[in-house]
Every structure is written in C-alpha cells, then in structure tokens.
Write a protein that binds this ligand. Structure first.
Ligand code: SF4
Ligand code: SF4
Ligand code: SF4
Length: 247
C-alpha cells in the first residue's frame, strides 16, 4: 500500500467552467498531442487507420442533455484526473508507482514501477485513468507537470496544454490552496463544486456550474410568427424598411 503525504499547502489544479465549455474537444486533442502522442499525427496509439483505433486519452469531454423543454440544454463535461487529496488510486497501488507529490499535490504515475495491474483504475470513482494498450502501463492527467515548471518555455506556455489551447477560456489553472489565487476567487464567486463529493476523495479540481438561463430565454422565440406578423417590429421592421428603400 502506498501512503499519501500530509496535505500540501499548495494545491495545483484545474477549474473548469461548464457554462462556457462548448465541447469543441480542442483540450482533448492538445492533451493527447502533448502527453502521449509525440507525433504530428495520427493521435490513436495503434491501428490508427484500421477498424479499431485505440489509445490512452488523459482528458475526455462528455456531453449530456440536462433539463426539460425550454429549460433544456446541452452540458459539455470535460473530465481528467482531479488530483484528489484523499486519492484512492494512490493508496491502492501495490508497487508505489502511483503517488501524490507533497510539494504541490499533483498525483502522478511512475511508469517504470507500474505493473499494469489496473487496481488504481478500479479504485478511481471518476474513471480518470487509462491503461495504455500499447505500453501496458497506467496513464492519467499529469497536470502537465513538464510544462508548468519548464523555464525553457515562454511564460505564457507554462500552463497545462489543455488550458493553453481552450478557445473559449473555459479551463483555468492555479493554486487552489491559496484563497487569494485567481482560481480560488473564481470558485468562491461562482460556487465552484467538487465532482461526486460523497466519494470522500476531496478533489482539488473544481467545476463552475452552468449559470441559470436568462429570463428572456425562457419564452421560446418563434421566427415564423415574427415573419408572418402584419406589423413587423425590431429587427424585422429594420429589414422591412431596408427592403422598401431598395425599391
Ligand atoms: S481523479 Fe481518480 S486518478 Fe485522479 S487522483 Fe482522484 S482517484 Fe486518483
Ligand atoms: S496499474 Fe500501475 S499504477 Fe495502477 S495500481 Fe497497478 S501498479 Fe499501481
Ligand atoms: S492538465 Fe495536461 S495532462 Fe491534464 S488534462 Fe490538461 S493537458 Fe491533459
């Protein structure tokens, strides 16, 4: 059994804004490219052009339909390792390959020690680990530890690949152990949440919930009714008068 360190003062992690994520998968692809690909293309580890392409992906985005009728919406839900404070994937590991860093809380796998037994994947309630089918070792989000401390990279690149690539700025990186950090303030302002807190894993990563719909969105807009109205208003009135001017 592998021991967890004392809780660290620094808790590096991600904050993911579910209100903003559009499910474009850019973070998924850039994560794959930076962490496990090493090639320009293709991204599947094996059988890339065959019938069953396979590979380990450290970050996946799932999509869910939530709510009913006018209140329904699609929620895109990115998921990678949450770098839990009480990480069961660490304590279950028989070889010490899985470990949590005392200095910043990042949970990592020492691939030289991993025997591919899969116990950590079974113990993770979030399905955040993947056995690399080509290498036979366990892989997971590293919080891009090789980028965030890499002084050879320009400062703007010293953030996780997924954060750097997100076109909508839905992903944020920082120290969630510091109440004054930008990410902590974001979590406080938006009632950031733990994923499945009942599991007792105390994830460091936080999710910002989708904002409630605006009142104006509650009444569905009928373009047909607007187009058929005898006395057009607003945008349609402008279109009407513009067409009149054109003769
Ligand atoms: S999310 Fe899963 S793999 Fe990551 S630290 Fe928590 S239990 Fe371990
Ligand atoms: S698969 Fe590797 S990292 Fe996971 S429990 Fe087994 S030895 Fe540890
Ligand atoms: S932090 Fe790095 S390893 Fe983790 S999901 Fe983002 S890109 Fe992938």
């Amino acid at each position: 059994m592998t021991m967890l360190p004392e809780p660290s003062a620094i808790k590096l992690g991600l904050v993911i804004d579910l209100d903003i994520c559009v499910g474009c998968q850019a973070c998924v692809v850039n994560c794959k490219e930076w962490n496990t690909s090493g090639y320009g293309a293709p991204l599947a580890d094996s059988d890339a052009y065959g019938e069953s392409p396979t590979g380990a992906w450290l970050n996946r985005v799932h999509a869910y339909e939530a709510g009913d009728g006018a209140n329904s919406r699609t929620v895109h839900f990115p998921k990678s390792c949450l770098h839990c404070e009480e990480a069961p994937c660490v304590t279950v590991c028989p070889t010490g390959a899985s470990f949590k860093r005392a200095e910043d809380g990042i949970v990592l796998v020492n691939e030289d020690w991993c025997i591919g037994c899969g116990l950590c994947a079974w113990s993770c309630p979030y399905g955040a680990r993947e056995l690399d089918p080509a290498e036979g070792v366990m892989k997971k989000c590293t919080l891009c530890v090789d980028r965030i401390y890499n002084d050879n990279l320009p400062q703007e690149d010293q953030v996780p690949a997924c954060v750097r690539t997100c076109p909508t700025n839905a992903r944020h990186f920082g120290d969630l152990g510091d109440p004054n950090s930008e990410v902590s303030q974001m979590v406080a302002a938006r009632s950031g949440m733990d994923l499945m807190p009942e599991q007792g894993t105390k994830p460091v990563n936080k999710y910002l919930p989708p904002r409630p719909r605006r009142a104006a969105d509650e009444a569905p807009v009928s373009l047909v009714a607007m187009a058929e109205a005898d006395t057009p208003t607003g945008f349609w009135k402008w279109v009407d008068s513009a067409l009149d001017r054109l003769g």
